[in-house]
Each structure stands twice: as C-alpha cells, then as structure tokens.
Write a new protein. Structure first.
Length: 275
C-alpha cells in the first residue's frame, strides 16, 4: 500500500477541528485573514442544484470523489488557509457566479489562475482572469485546458491541482475518485420531467469508513475521519447541532480505537454512528 503523503495544513486542520469539536461554536474566519477584503469564494444564495446523470451509482468511489471535491486540502496549503475547494468555483458542478478575489478577478465568476497568489514562481506576469467553466457534461468535452492540450480528464485534473493551485501530487485513487464524481455531472438542466439521481446537502460519507475498518487500514481511516470531520465543520450551519456533535465525537472515537488496534470496537462504533 502506498504511504499516505503528508499535506501542509493537516496539523492546522486538526487544531481547528479539535476546537470545533470541544466548543461547537463557529470557528474564527481564518479565510478572511488570507483573502483581500471584499473577496467571496463561496456561493451562499441561488445555489445551483447538483444534477447527476440518470443511473449514477452512489458507491464508495463516487462518495470519495464528492468528498475530495469539497475538501480544500486536495488543493494544497493556500487552499486550506482560505477554505477553497473545487466546489468553491464549480458549485455542485456548475459555476459559482459570485466567486471574486480582489486582484485576481475583474468581475464575479472569473479568476486569474496563473497569478503568484496561488504559487510563487508560477506567475505568467499577465493580468488574465478567465471565466470559471461549468463542469456539467465535462466527461464529453475533451481535450481539456485553455490550450486544449490534455487528452483526458485524469491528466487535466492532476495539472489543475499541482500546477495551477500548487497542491500536492494526488494519489491515483484520488484522481480516479474525482474523475468518477465529475463524470457524473449531467449536462442537462433539471426540470420536472427529468429522472436524475437525487442528492442532498447532508449526504453521508460515513460508508467510506466500512472497508478500511474491515481491512484494518489505519492510514485510510485517519485520512477519512479528518476529511469527514472537516466537511461537517464546513456545513455546521446546515446541520442540527446535536447531530454534528454526535458525528464529530463518533469519528474521533473511531479513529482513536483504530489507532489502538481495537478494530472490532471501532466497527461497532461505526455501525452505531450510522443508525
């Protein structure tokens, strides 16, 4: 099994999560400390629906891709600091028309991805914001990139993470999951006669833990509990307080049991948490 690569920002993320777990009060807006005043990276109104192709299987690969799509950590340290994920720009696979970073955007819905803000030494010296594209139907739009030089979505996704945002090289399983999730976006617009797969804001990622718990794969359990807890923290206002506290505490207990090699007890906690 490949060793899990360490990502800058994980200790920072864990510290934030511990504080959130203990107090369950809104954490300080660290993003505001790293973004120019007046910037907006999350869409908070008129959120586009998540439209999935009919027949999309909500399996572990899909769920993991959906989780990664909403995880700032996948894009690296700068993204963790400002709370930026793939979903920030491509909300539910569509476009965040409110996205705006002062100095990088000439108007909402556009951003300069070749600016030194993202990665020192990779500034092209040109003020060139581009439209944030929709990812609906992205699996059918190859080749990819502004210059159309990437033959497949796997290569382009890896390029965006490592070159545009300065993130760590994603593991093959992470790229596969992200591509699986993005390929599920339907290009059609939702209407009353459509039979699309339904999703909701509080879709659970807990099923992802079952296989690593059965396989005694602590590295994967450690990663997933961190990511799921962070996702709960980002959605805290959309969740009932008691539910969020129960989930976060349960995830911590599961990881601690696994760390002590008590996998049967961890599985029992997992099954209880899913009830």
């Amino acid at each position: 099994m490949a060793e899990r690569r360490k990502v800058p920002g994980r200790p920072f993320l864990r510290l934030l999560l511990v504080g959130f777990t203990v107090m369950f009060s809104p954490a300080p807006s660290f993003a505001e400390d790293w973004l120019p005043p007046g910037s907006a990276t999350e869409k908070t109104s008129n959120i586009p629906p998540e439209i999935l192709r009919p027949g999309t299987a909500i399996d572990d690969r899909f769920l993991y891709g959906r989780l990664l799509f909403r995880s700032p950590e996948i894009l690296g340290e700068k993204a963790v600091r400002i709370g930026l994920s793939c979903d920030s720009c491509h909300t539910n696979g569509d476009v965040n028309t409110d996205f705006h970073i002062l100095g990088l955007s000439d108007r909402p819905g556009r951003v300069d991805v070749s600016h030194r803000f993202w990665q020192a030494g990779f500034d092209d010296g040109i003020d060139n914001p581009i439209d944030i594209p929709s990812l609906r139907g992205v699996g059918e739009t190859a080749p990819y990139g502004t210059l159309k030089i990437f033959a497949n979505l796997h290569a382009f996704t890896s390029h965006v993470i490592t070159e545009e945002f300065g993130g760590p090289l994603p593991l093959p399983g992470e790229i596969e999951a992200l591509v699986t999730y993005m390929n599920s976006f339907d290009i059609n617009v939702l209407n009353k006669s459509d039979t699309h797969v339904k999703t909701n804001e509080d879709m659970s990622y807990l099923p992802l833990l079952e296989t690593p718990l059965q396989d005694h794969d602590y590295a994967k359990i450690d990663e997933l509990t961190d990511r799921i807890r962070a996702d709960i923290g980002r959605r805290a206002t959309a969740l009932q307080q008691d539910d969020a506290i129960r989930l976060i505490k349960g995830l911590i207990d599961i990881r601690n049991k696994a760390a002590q090699n008590e996998y049967e007890e961890a599985l029992e906690l997992y099954r209880s948490l899913r009830q």
